[in-house]
Design a protein around this ligand. Structure first.
Ligand code: KG4
Ligand code: ZN
Length: 391
C-alpha cells in the first residue's frame, strides 16, 4: 500500500469513527532536546520523555547544529522506546505519529521527521506534521486541561524562547472543532529572541549556558541593592507590538566595558565553568552585589518589554485570555508580573508548568491531535522547514 493511498483512508477514518481515545505519539527534535510523548485526545499525557543535550553544547556557549543532529540520532530510538514503555502501550496501539516539521535546525528536524515517517509507514498509521510554535501554544492548553480549567478563546499568546519571541491572536477555527486553531501574528522580535538575550548576557557575565535559569535565580538573590545601571523602555518604530532585545544586550556589554571592576569576578566564574562546575550555590558567592543588581535590572527590563506589549495586544484585540509559553515562560519574575498585571486588568493568564514550557513532545502530540481530527495528514514527501511561520 502506498502511503498516499493510506492517507486518504486515514482521512475518512478520522472524520467518522475514531474521535475519542486517540493516542498520538509526538516526536520533537527541532533544537537541542530529543523528546517523545504519548498524549490521548490532545489532553491527557500518558508519558513525556525529554533527553536534553545541554551538557554537550554548554562548553561552546550555545547549540552547535552538527553536534545536535548527531546526538538526536543517538537518542531518538531509546527516547521513543521509553515514552512507549512509560505509557504502557505497544506501538501498534497508537493512532497516529505527530512530528515537528519546523521551525528549527534542519539537520535536527530531519532526524525526527525521518524516524516518524519510517515508524508511521511500518505501522500503517497516519503521520501528522506539526509546527513547533503551535506546539508551544498547545502546551498552555495541555496544562489547563490537566487542571480542568481550559482557557477561553480568543486569546493572545506570547511565545518566548531561545529561538522565538512572537505574539499571536489565537481563535478556534469553528465552533464544532475547538481543538483546531487559527492564528494571526500581532508582533515579533526584530532581532534577538528574549531567551537569546538571556543566553548572551549570561555569557558576557561568565555565567555559562543556558543563561535563563541561572539569571532568573541570581536576579531574585539581588534584593534591594542599588541599581548600577537602569535600562529604559525599548521603542520600536512601526508596529508597537514588535520586540527588540539586541539593544538591551549591547547596553549590558557597554556597561561592563565602562566598569572594569566587573572583570575579575567574570574571569573567576569563567575559570569555574571551565572546571565543569556551574551550580547556583557555587556561582552565587562568586557574584558581587553589583553583578546581582545588574542581573536584576536586565531581567526587569526583559520582563517589562514582554508584559507591556502582551497587555497592549490583549487590550487592542479585546480578548480576556493570555497564554504564555516557551522556555522563558519558566521565568519566575515573568510569571509574577503577568499574574499581577492580568488580575488588575481582569484578564486570565495561563502558563504551562516549567516542564511543558521548555521544548517537549507532549505539546507536539497535543498539536497533532487538532490536525488529526480535521484529517490533515502528511505523507512521505514531508520535509523539514527551518522557517515556518504560523500565520
Ligand atoms: O523553548 P526552549 O526550551 O527552546 C527553544 O525553542 O528555544 O527555550 C530555551 C530558552 C533558553 O534561551 C533559556 O535560556 C530560556 O529558554 N530559559 C529561561 C528560563 N528557563 C529557560 N529564560 C529565563 N528564565 C528562565 N527561568
Ligand atoms: Zn521551543
Amino acid at each position: 500500500m502506498s502511503f498516499a493511498r493510506g492517507s486518504m483512508n486515514f482521512t475518512a477514518m478520522a472524520k467518522s469513527e475514531v474521535m475519542k481515545g486517540v493516542r498520538i505519539l509526538g516526536i520533537e527534535s527541532s533544537c537541542d532536546e530529543t523528546a517523545a510523548a504519548v498524549v490521548v485526545d490532545g489532553r491527557r499525557i500518558l508519558s513525556s520523555v525529554v533527553a536534553s543535550q545541554i551538557d554537550i553544547h554548554r562548553k561552546y556557549g550555545g547549540v552547535v547544529p552538527e553536534l545536535a543532529s548527531r546526538e538526536h540520532l543517538r537518542q531518538i530510538v531509546p527516547v521513543v522506546r521509553e515514552a512507549m514503555e512509560q505509557a504502557g502501550l505497544r506501538l501498534e496501539e497508537l493512532d497516529a505519529i505527530g512530528v515537528t516539521q519546523g521551525p528549527g535546525l534542519v539537520g535536527s528536524l530531519l532526524v525526527g521527521i525521518t524516524y516518524g515517517k519510517a515508524l508511521a509507514d511500518a505501522l500503517g498509521k497516519p503521520l501528522v506534521a506539526v509546527n513547533h510554535l503551535e506546539g508551544h501554544i498547545q502546551a498552555a492548553f495541555l496544562e489547563a486541561f490537566q487542571s480542568g480549567e481550559p482557557p477561553e478563546l480568543p486569546a493572545v499568546c506570547l511565545i518566548v524562547s531561545g529561538g522565538h519571541t512572537v505574539l499571536y491572536e489565537v481563535r478556534a477555527a469553528e465552533a464544532g472543532a475547538p481543538e483546531v486553531f487559527v492564528f494571526r501574528k500581532l508582533g515579533q522580535t526584530r532581532d534577538d529572541a528574549a531567551g537569546e538575550a538571556y543566553d548572551k548576557v549570561a555569557k558576557l557575565l561568565g555565567l555559562g549556558y543556558p543563561g535563563g535559569p541561572i539569571l532568573d535565580r541570581l536576579a531574585l538573590a539581588a534584593g534591594n541593592v542599588a541599581a548600577p545601571v537602569k535600562f529604559g523602555p525599548v521603542k520600536t518604530r512601526g508596529n508597537a507590538l514588535d520586540f527588540s532585545f539586541s539593544g538591551l544586550k549591547t547596553a549590558v556589554l557597554y556597561h561592563l566595558r565602562e566598569h572594569p571592576e566587573y572583570d575579575g569576578e567574570v574571569r573567576e566564574r569563567q575559570a569555574l565553568l571551565e572546571s565543569g562546575h556551574r551550580r547556583f550555590d557555587e556561582l552565587l558567592p562568586m557574584c558581587s552585589s553589583q553583578t546581582l543588581a545588574l542581573v536584576r535590572e536586565f531581567q526587569n527590563a526583559v520582563v517589562r518589554e514582554l508584559v507591556e506589549r502582551t497587555m497592549r495586544a490583549a487590550e487592542e484585540t479585546g480578548v480576556s485570555t493570555i497564554l504564555v509559553s516557551g522556555g522563558v515562560a519558566a521565568n519566575s519574575q515573568l510569571r509574577k508580573v503577568f499574574e499581577q498585571r492580568a488580575s488588575e486588568a481582569g484578564l486570565r493568564v495561563f502558563f504551562p508548568s516549567r516542564e511543558l514550557s521548555t521544548d517537549n513532545a507532549a505539546m507536539i502530540a497535543a498539536a497533532a491531535y487538532g490536525r488529526f481530527v480535521s484529517g490533515r495528514f502528511a505523507d512521505v514527501t514531508l520535509n523539514a522547514k527551518a522557517n515556518m511561520p504560523l500565520a
